[in-house]
Design a protein around this ligand. Structure first.
Ligand code: AMP
Ligand code: MG
Length: 320
């Protein structure tokens, strides 16, 4: 029977919007939400019983058995850490926590605290054994936080479920992490607005056509700590241990895989325009849109046919 579902929920510390259409079998809406709850239980840094917390508590001790899903996410995370020379880094949690605490304490972390935390964040510190399905954080105090990749993985999982249930058209947005199936129910392509980094929520500087694909934006404007009147945004550079300061306001990546788009957008945001463009162009994604602190927009060739600029901004296509 032809059905159309549209819903909004609050999970994973963000608003989740879903639109699902097709000859659907079973309770499609519930299945995606139940799946997201299950993934949050598995992957959350803040849930004591999650696999991530278990792994973090066992840092410095023998390896722990982990699920196939966590193994896959950690493999992907390690791959993008390697490709970005640790600009993207899931074992960055000690630094993420350090900077979060500085907001509450109204005091910046000391250089000593930063360099101590940095030693815990090296990519090699996370060991994976694919045959045994185990993971280990080598040094006590090391911790992983999947905030930079987990929503992408969750969006991919939800779209797999929509397809299993017979959806021909679907859209899910997990707080700026969008993935779609097919076209909109009226046959028109899905058009995703890209948030203007300096304007109120909902004000977009451009749009991106996104059918059977994922569009993910990383930006410093989304979340930040304010210490003595200065804003320190939530994405940390794994090479310096300080909030990323690469001359970018946001990066949007278009890819068939939301896991990839999520990791790449965070990595490219940290790397800055030049190295970020190289990373995206070498990866097997469609492309990316960069918004710089100088209010300029840079597009990779692959994304140009899908992107539309809505504001009067200098916009350049980059051939790599
Ligand atoms: P995103 O919104 O996908 O760019 O992810 C940002 C979140 O990922 C932050 O709130 C942190 O929890 C975590 N994070 C911060 N810096 C990094 C980084 N360099 N690599 C991976 N995850 C990070
Ligand atoms: Mg990300």
């Amino acid at each position: 029977m032809e059905q159309f579902y549209e819903a909004q929920d609050f999970l994973m510390n963000t608003t989740i919007s879903q639109k699902i259409h097709g000859n659907l079998s079973g309770e499609i809406y519930d299945r995606a939400i139940i799946e997201l709850q299950r993934l949050e239980d598995l992957l959350s840094f803040y849930r004591e019983t999650s696999e991530v917390s278990l792994l973090n508590r066992r840092a410095g001790k023998p390896a722990v058995k982990i699920s196939e899903e966590l193994l896959f996410i950690l493999q992907q995370a390690k791959k993008y850490a390697q490709l970005s020379e640790n600009a993207f880094c899931v074992s960055l949690a000690p630094l993420v926590q350090l900077w979060r605490r500085s907001g509450a304490a109204q005091e910046l972390p000391s250089p000593d605290d930063i360099s101590h935390s940095l030693t815990l964040c090296e990519n090699d510190n996370l060991e994976l054994n694919e045959e045994d399905h185990t993971a280990r954080l080598r040094t006590g105090g090391a911790m992983i936080d999947l905030g930079g990749i987990g929503k992408g993985f969750s969006a991919d999982r939800c779209c797999d479920i929509y397809k299993d249930m017979g959806a021909v058209s679907a859209f899910i947005n997990l707080g700026g992490n969008v993935k779609t199936i097919g076209t909109r129910p009226d046959g028109k392509p899905w058009v995703i607005g890209i948030q203007h980094p300096d304007k109120p929520r909902g004000a977009c500087y451009g749009t991106i056509l996104c059918s059977d694909r994922s569009a993910v934006t990383s930006g410093g404007y989304e979340r930040y700590q304010e210490v003595n009147g200065t804003k320190y945004q939530h994405i940390i550079d794994g090479r310096t241990g300080c909030p990323a300061d690469s001359g970018l306001k946001s990066v949007t990546v278009l890819s068939e895989s939301s896991t990839q788009a999520d990791a790449l957008s965070t990595a490219a945001f940290v790397l800055g325009l030049q190295k970020g463009l190289e990373l995206v162009c070498d990866a097997d994604c469609i492309g990316a849109v960069f918004f710089t602190c100088a209010q300029e927009v840079y597009l990779t060739k692959g994304v140009t046919p899908y992107f539309r600029l809505l504001e009067k901004l200098n916009c350049y296509e980059v051939s790599q």
